[in-house]
Design a protein around this ligand. Structure first.
Ligand code: SF4
Length: 449
């Protein structure tokens, strides 16, 4: 390792994505920005390289700028690439999304890091993380490379073998990352991870990710929230509003996406004071909630505040109209709670066609008829239905059953955990039937407008 300067330099690297399709629905390096804040607090100079930044001039000179929208969503830079052998039979293009490899390496070289931290996302995106490690090796030889994040947590043995990083940190970043830095002879910042992510421009293209609470108090058998985030840790609404205001002032951003798994939980110190502070500020901000919102915690008071504060784009985590589904998998809500939530949102000022639900499709043993009934149930209420295709996730309660039922080698090859290939397909629930259900949901949703 190169000799340390007065201020050690840490580089946080958000990798490119390899997948059949990718659209930027507020994909931001939120966890890396929190790590950057922790490192800065410990005396490091922190730099972020965001390989998914759609504003990169070097890449645009070759590929052109991707189409983006005013709310901060849009396309990524994209190049079609050869499919990995494990996905060779899938009749779709496979692509690399993100800035050019040369541009990643140029930015790493310019940062001259003493240590590189690579974040990982979806398990089936590991080729992007592997490429990020290779870029760090090429552009910063001698700097140790540490990988952490979701894939590293869910598939630690696979990540250790596949990524060829110097260290893989599984689970919450602390205390494991602190121990690794110490072992490598690097300074160890004190204290817990700060809730406020660092304000590094590369992490804020067009919209910002924010989070009020960490984790989720529920334990749905198909979800990895507790594995990735640990338990539920409530946050404070006033503190989050201070961060939102700072991001708005620093980068002129008006659009914010909540990364919460349980935004509406613990509302008295959480979402209620946050929304009140937004309303009181008079700022014209827009809030998006890409993860499903808890049906059972919607109240009329919260709905009114959401509407007035600019929460425009959210979906309820409905999952299924079948009570047997909830009894078996999540216990998330009862039919009475769902009806109450819809009434509350309407009383709060949302029109029916502004309301949307996620419906989960493709769980082991699930039959298409149940999914169709759920789509029709939502449409009957005048609500948009969005199919969320199940991805089997290692370590979840439903994992063993999924691995046994899947015709793909999902336990050995994370690429086959990709929900695009419908990993739990069967003779009773075929890919064709799934397509028909997606079309049905789209058609019924269109007819609401
Ligand atoms: S409620 Fe949502 S975030 Fe919480 S465990 Fe269930 S699926 Fe996961």
């Amino acid at each position: 390792m190169a000799a340390l300067k007065t201020k050690p330099r840490a580089l946080l690297l958000f990798p490119p994505v390899y997948d059949f399709a990718a659209f930027d629905m507020f994909l931001r390096p939120f966890a890396l920005l929190r790590l950057a804040a922790w490192l800065e607090g410990g005396g490091y100079e922190a730099t972020l390289v965001n390989a998914l930044d759609p504003r990169d001039g070097t890449t645009a000179a070759v590929l052109g700028f991707p189409k983006r929208y005013p709310d901060g969503t849009g396309k990524f830079f994209r190049r079609i690439v050869a499919k990995p052998a494990a996905l060779a039979s899938v009749p779709r293009h496979y692509a690399r999304y993100g800035i050019l490899r040369e541009s990643i390496e140029e930015k790493i070289r310019a940062a001259r890091p003493d240590v590189v931290l690579v974040g990982t996302g979806m398990t089936y995106w590991y080729p992007g993380a592997k490429e990020a490690v290779e870029c760090a090796r090429a552009a910063a030889p001698g700097a140790p490379v540490i990988a952490g994040g979701i894939y590293a947590t869910l598939c630690p043995a696979h990540a250790a073998a596949a990524l060829e990083a110097d260290r893989v940190v599984a689970g919450p970043a602390l205390p494991a990352l602190a121990a690794v830095l110490g072992e490598l002879g690097l300074p160890v910042p004190p204290g817990p991870l700060p809730d406020r992510p660092a304000l590094i421009a590369a992490g804020y293209p067009g919209a910002a990710a924010v989070r009020l609470h960490a984790g989720c108090p529920l334990a749905c058998d198909y979800c990895a929230s507790s594995l990735v985030s640990g338990g539920f840790v409530p946050g404070r609404g006033e503190a989050l509003f201070g961060f939102v205001r700072d991001v708005h002032e620093a980068f002129g951003l008006d659009h914010f996406a909540f990364y919460d798994d349980a935004l509406l939980c613990a509302p008295a110190a959480g979402v209620i004071p946050f929304l009140e502070a937004v309303i009181e500020s008079g700022l014209e901000l827009r809030f998006h909630v890409p993860n499903g919102m808890h049906v059972a915690f919607v109240t009329e008071e919260i709905a009114r505040l959401m509407k007035r504060a600019g929460v425009r784009d959210f979906k309820l985590g409905f999952e299924s109209a079948a009570e047997s589904f909830h009894a078996a998998h999540d216990g998330k809500h009862t039919p009475e709670q769902f009806a109450r939530a819809i009434d509350a949102l309407r009383a709060g000022g949302y029109k029916p066609d502004e309301l949307a639900v996620y419906i989960l499709a493709g769980l082991p043993g699930q039959l298409p008829g149940e999914v169709e009934e759920s789509i029709r149930f939502a449409a009957g209420l005048g609500i948009q239905a969005h199919l969320a295709e199940y991805s089997p996730i290692p370590g979840t309660a439903l994992w063993e059953q999924s691995a046994a039922a899947s015709p793909f080698p999902i336990a050995e090859e994370p690429l086959t955990q990709n929900n695009t290939i419908f990993p739990l397909r069967s003779a009773r629930f075929t890919p064709r039937r799934l397509q028909e259900l997606k079309q049905l949901a789209r058609r019924l949703t269109r007819s609401l407008r």
